[in-house]
Write a protein that binds this ligand. Structure first.
Ligand SMILES: [Fe+2]
Ligand SMILES: [Fe+2]
Length: 166
């Protein structure tokens, strides 16, 4: 019974996380089509699904530790995505001739190692009071420390495509 509930929590966490991102994408689409109010609605529901997802993650056994442990886990996840997971996805997409998807996976793989570096930095400077602004490329997910001066180093997007993390 307890195991089934644990499994269901993991399922609900994944489903709500997906719904949050999907609604956010729907909001962007609505915005681009001029439906401002519908975009607000999709964003509101996206935010609500995120509330659910976070709650389930908190309830799952051992998923959230101390910040030191979380940094370590986040670092390992990025390395795993870079070294193990994305290479497989890239190979499958390439084998099936899906070039643009292989390229999207490749960019993400490259970006993940940058994420890992940032976590490493945070782990090393954890106790220092260091203030860094982070800016995220909305095309590929590259994270820049401080405002980017030029195009995105991973995907080449113009610097206006970066948004600052509040
Ligand atoms: Fe990442
Ligand atoms: Fe980028």
């Amino acid at each position: 019974m307890a195991d089934l509930t644990e499994k269901n929590l993991a399922y609900a966490f994944a489903a709500e996380s997906k719904a949050a991102i999907r609604n956010e994408a729907f909001a962007k689409k609505a915005e681009s089509e001029g439906y401002t109010q519908i975009a607000h609605l999709f964003r509101a529901i996206s935010d609500a699904e995120s509330v659910h997802a976070r709650r389930y993650l908190q309830l799952m056994r051992g998923k959230i530790g101390s910040t030191e442990e979380n940094l370590e886990r986040a670092f390992e996840n990025e390395i795993n995505a870079n070294v193990e997971e994305y290479p497989k996805l890239i190979k499958d997409a390439t084998d099936e001739g899906k070039e643009s998807i292989a390229k999207a996976f490749s960019r993400s793989r490259d970006v993940e190692s940058g994420h890992a570096d940032l976590y490493k930095k945070a782990m090393n400077h954890m106790l220092e009071d260091r203030e860094t602004d982070y800016h995220v490329c909305q095309v590929c997910g590259f994270v820049s420390e401080d405002a980017p001066k030029d195009n995105c180093p991973v995907c080449g997007a113009v610097k206006e495509k970066f948004t600052q993390v509040k």
